[in-house]
Design a protein around this ligand. Structure first.
Ligand code: AMP
Ligand code: MG
Length: 402
C-alpha cells in the first residue's frame, strides 16, 4: 500500500473543476426530448395549426344564412348530402339548402361556413330540421387560427414546459436548439459486488452506489446513459473506461491506495489525475481526473463517502453542465447545535445531523460505510477546514436532504 502523500483542499478541487469543465455545446434536439431544456435559438412555426378549416363540434356543416330565422317552431329544413370524418378528406360540397354531417376535428366541406350543433338539429329521414340559427363562422376553427406559419413560437432562453413541447410537435417543428442534459456513465468496481436487485449473498454485497448515483444524477439534470460493474482488475477497468461515451464519468470503488485499488492508475494511464486524495471526511480517497477532456470522478466505495464525494464535486459539475447553478440543491436552515461536533483542523467534515425541537444533533456514527446514517439524518453540517469542530450552542447551517 502506498498511502496518500498529500491531500488536496476541497476549495482547490472545486476551483480546478470550474476552470477545466467547459459548457457543453448546444445540440439539435427533437421537441419530444426537449421538455425542461432551455432554448438557445428562437423557434418559428413551419406550418399553420390547424392546417385546414375544421369543425369544433359534432353536428352539421351548413351555410349559416340557410339557418337564419330558424327556431324550434319554425325549423329550417336542410338536405344531408354527405359526411365528414376526422382524418378523411371531405369530397362533399354544401350548396343552398344542403348540409353535411360532421364530427369534431373533421374538415369543413366546401361551401359550408358554420356548424350547427347536433343539439340544434332534428333528423328527419334524408333531411335535418335546424331548430336554431348559426352565424357564419360559428363552431368552425379556421386554418391558422391557433398558430400561423412563420409565427415566432418561443424566444431563445425559454425553458420548455410540457405543453410547449405539445405546441412544437403540433406545428411540425423537427428539432430545436436547446441546451443539453449532460450524459453520465455510472461505473462501479469491486469483486464483492452483485447487481442491484439481487439479495445480498455473503460474502458478496449489492452494488447500492450505482442506483443512488443514478438518482443523484437525475436530480441534478444529467442523464445516465450506461451503468456497468466490473471486478477489481486493471484491464477490465481500463476496457470499461475506454468504452465510456458520456460527458461525465462516475466510478465508485477502488479509488484508494489499497492493493485492489486500480482506478487511479488506470485513469492516469488513459488521461490525467490531477486530484487524488482530498482533505475531507468522509471520502478522503476521492479523486478527479480527465479522460479525453471529460471529467471523471473517483468516488470511494463506502456509500456515505460515495454520496459525499458526489455531492461535493460531481454534483456541482453536472448541474453546471445542465445549465443550473452549481450551488447545493438542498434547502438550508440556521439552527443551534445541541451537542458539539468534533473535527480535526485541516480537513472539511460532512457531519450527518438530525434536527430535534429546533436544535441540531450530530449523529454519532464513525464509519463511512453506514449508509443508514444518511437516511436517519435530516441533513448535514459542513465543518470548515480550519475549525477544530463546532461547540455546543453555536449556530450552524444545516443542509436538509430533500
Ligand atoms: P473501496 O472504495 O473499493 O475500497 O470500498 C470501500 C467499501 O465500500 C467496501 O466495504 C466495499 O465493499 C464497499 N463498496 C464498494 N463499492 C460499493 C458499491 N458499489 N455499493 C456498496 N458498497 C460498496
Ligand atoms: Mg473495493
Amino acid at each position: 500500500m502506498r498511502g496518500f502523500r498529500r491531500r488536496a483542499e476541497v476549495a482547490d478541487v472545486l476551483k480546478l473543476l470550474e476552470e477545466r469543465v467547459k459548457p457543453l455545446p448546444p445540440r439539435r434536439t427533437p421537441p419530444r426530448e426537449s421538455a425542461g431544456r432551455t432554448l438557445v435559438e428562437a423557434v418559428a412555426a413551419p406550418c399553420d395549426v390547424p392546417g385546414f378549416d375544421r369543425s369544433a363540434m359534432d353536428g352539421y356543416a351548413v351555410r349559416g344564412e340557410d339557418t337564419f330565422g330558424a327556431t324550434e317552431l319554425a325549423p329550417a329544413s336542410l338536405r344531408v348530402v354527405g359526411t365528414s370524418m376526422p382524418g378523411e378528406s371531405c369530397t362533399s360540397r354544401v350548396d343552398r339548402g344542403q348540409c353535411v354531417r360532421i364530427m369534431t376535428g373533421a374538415p369543413m366541406p366546401e361551401g359550408a361556413d358554420a356548424v350547427l350543433m347536433a343539439e340544434d338539429a332534428r333528423t328527419d329521414g334524408e333531411s335535418v330540421q335546424a331548430t336554431a340559427a348559426v352565424a357564419p363562422g360559428k363552431n368552425v376553427s379556421t386554418r391558422g387560427e391557433d398558430i400561423r406559419a412563420g409565427e415566432m413560437l418561443f424566444e431563445a432562453g425559454r425553458r420548455l414546459r410540457p405543453h410547449d413541447v405539445g405546441v412544437l410537435v403540433a406545428a411540425g417543428v423537427d428539432y430545436v436548439f436547446a441546451d443539453r442534459r449532460p450524459s453520465v456513465n455510472v461505473f462501479a468496481t469491486g469483486n464483492e459486488l452483485l447487481p442491484p436487485g439481487l439479495r445480498p449473498r455473503p460474502p458478496k454485497i449489492v452494488d447500492s452506489n450505482s442506483p443512488m448515483l443514478a438518482a443523484l444524477v437525475e436530480r441534478d439534470g444529467g442523464v445516465v446513459i450506461h451503468n456497468e460493474r466490473t471486478a477489481d482488475q486493471p484491464e477490465l477497468i481500463r476496457d470499461m473506461l475506454q468504452r465510456a461515451e458520456a460527458d461525465v464519468l462516475l466510478i465508485s470503488g477502488g479509488s484508494s491506495v489499497g492493493e485492489e485499488d486500480h482506478v487511479p492508475a488506470v485513469v492516469r494511464e488513459l488521461g490525467e489525475l490531477p486530484i487524488h486524495g482530498v482533505a475531507m471526511r468522509p471520502s478522503s480517497p476521492a479523486g478527479v481526473g480527465f479522460i479525453g477532456g471529460r471529467p471523471v470522478f473517483l468516488l470511494p466505495g463506502n456509500p456515505v463517502s460515495c454520496l459525499c464525494a458526489y455531492d461535493f464535486f460531481a454534483g456541482p459539475t453536472i448541474r453546471f453542465l445542465a445549465g443550473r447553478s452549481r450551488d447545493w440543491p438542498y434547502r438550508r436552515v440556521d439552527l443551534p447545535l445541541a451537542r458539539k461536533i468534533t473535527s480535526e483542523a485541516g480537513r472539511v467534515d460532512y457531519a450527518r445531523v438530525r434536527v430535534v425541537d429546533g436544535r441540531v444533533e450530530p449523529l454519532m456514527v464513525s464509519g463511512a460505510g453506514i449508509l443508514s446514517s444518511t437516511t436517519r439524518a435530516d441533513g448535514f453540517v459542513i465543518v470548515p477546514r480550519d475549525a477544530e469542530g463546532i461547540p455546543e450552542g453555536a449556530t450552524v447551517t444545516v443542509y436538509l436532504y430533500a
